[in-house]
Ligand binder design. Structure first.
Ligand code: CTP
Length: 400
């Protein structure tokens, strides 16, 4: 599996709001991620954006009129509805939401919505007063009670010039919500997976820290892949440059000791932990309360003490996965850590491999357990994440 959208048919319903132009970005990002995107537009929507724009970014037919004799999909819209993996309506106006709640079917979006059994994601956009109107609230509640996912709206400046709730959610949030919905029937549905990511920071004084080169990308990829396979994901992240992922409960920590407390708390009731974080092995014994000034001797020493090994402190009833970044003796060191930390397996990477490891988008790893060593070819971190989760899923089956 290379991504949650690969080969998926996604129907994107665009209704008539000024935010319709933002749906172009959603269509483009979904297409780039490997989805086959068919856009369905209401007559009002084509006042704001042209069907040609959507056809150009998706390379697929756009349905604008149910009675257009030239369009294959207009006549065969039920076929399109049947082949869909998901229908997302973005932007969804108050009028379209009302029609969807009532089951009315008089345009390509609403006809498809009642002709498909695929999950429905709605991304509203309207003026704040409209969003708060009891009729819109009631219609939205009806849709939620039917299992529909509502994404946003966000707060901010609206087309009316007023500030308030009603802006179309950001593309990343919409894409994340679609991935979560698509994955909700995945092989990890019903499982809770704790993932740690990033490099911890150990305070020397209020200004300086001891940290490492971890970018957090590998841990975030594991978290996203687990979400996309239906798991509830609890992400505990130390310093990284990554944005908080959508659909994942994310907690920020700084030091190794904060990470220890967060991990122990989140592991209660969880099924697995993947410790991708680069946790400091040592921390200053006495961090200074005030900023340390340059010394006259030109030398300074900082006394360090060992941190608690988090993996070793985790209850044994979870599936436990560690990481080992090594520059020499990769496999023997990794095998020793499987034993000393009592792990199900460890993901070992040789940090000297070019284009892989810290900060890179790809990784070349070996997966080392007590039983075997598996060399995984270099691939994207998301694909490595799925290799890891395949093995976590196998452990769940054995446990059952
Ligand atoms: N880890 C942990 N708690 C720590 C330190 C590390 O749980 N206090 C976890 C990391 O998240 C990672 C694995 O242990 O999954 C890394 O093992 P570690 O022995 O710390 O690796 P190195 O720091 O490379 O150690 P060594 O110097 O022994 O090679």
């Amino acid at each position: 599996m290379s991504g949650p959208f690969d080969g998926k048919r996604i129907l994107l319903g665009v209704s008539g709001s000024i935010a319709a132009y933002k749906a172009i970005d959603i269509a483009s990002k979904l297409t780039q991620a490997g989805a086959v995107v068919n856009v369905l537009m209401s007559q009002a929507a084509i006042q704001f954006v042209t069907p040609l724009t959507f056809r150009s970014v998706t390379h697929q037919d756009v349905v604008t009129d149910l009675f257009d004799i030239q369009s294959r999909h207009a006549i065969e819209h039920v076929k399109l509805a049947n082949s869909a993996d998901l229908l997302v309506v973005a932007p969804a106006t108050a009028h379209t939401i009302a029609k969807l709640a009532l089951g009315l079917a008089d345009d390509p979006i609403t006809v498809t919505a009642i002709a498909t059994s695929a999950p429905l994601v709605i991304v509203p956009a309207m003026d704040a007063n409209m969003w708060h109107h009891p009729a819109v609230r009631a219609n939205t509640d009806v849709l939620v009670s039917r299992g529909v996912t509502i994404v946003g709206p966000a707060e901010g400046r609206l087309a009316s010039g007023l500030m308030g709730w009603g802006r179309l959610a950001e593309t990343a949030e919409v894409i994340g919500a679609i991935a979560t919905k698509l994955g909700s029937q995945g092989d990890l549905a019903g499982r809770t997976i704790v993932v740690s990511a990033g490099g911890t920071q150990e305070a020397i004084d209020p200004v300086r820290v001891i940290t490492n080169r971890s970018s957090g990308k590998m841990g975030y990829a594991v978290a996203a892949a687990a979400r996309d396979r239906g798991a509830r994901v609890l992400l505990i992240t130390a310093s990284t440059s990554q944005d908080d992922p959508v659909g994942i409960e994310t907690r920020h920590v700084e030091s190794a000791s904060e990470m220890l407390s967060a991990v122990l708390m989140d592991c209660q009731g969880a099924d697995a932990i993947v410790m991708a974080a680069a946790v400091a092995d040592y921390t200053p014994v006495n961090p200074a309360t005030n900023k340390i000034k340059k010394s006259a001797t030109g030398k300074i020493s900082i006394e360090l003490t060992k941190t608690v090994d988090i993996l070793s402190a985790i209850p044994r009833d979870l599936v436990r996965v560690g990481f080992a970044a090594e520059s020499t003796n990769l496999i023997p060191y990794a095998q020793a850590k499987v034993e000393s930390k009592s792990l199900d397996f460890i993901v070992a990477n040789d940090i000297t491999t070019p284009g892989s490891g810290f900060g890179a988008d790809k990784n070349k790893v070996s997966i080392v357990s007590r039983e075997k060593v598996e060399d995984i070819p270099i691939m994207s971190k998301y694909a490595v994440a799925n290799e890891i989760l395949d093995r976590v899923a196998k452990r769940f089956v054995v446990q059952r």
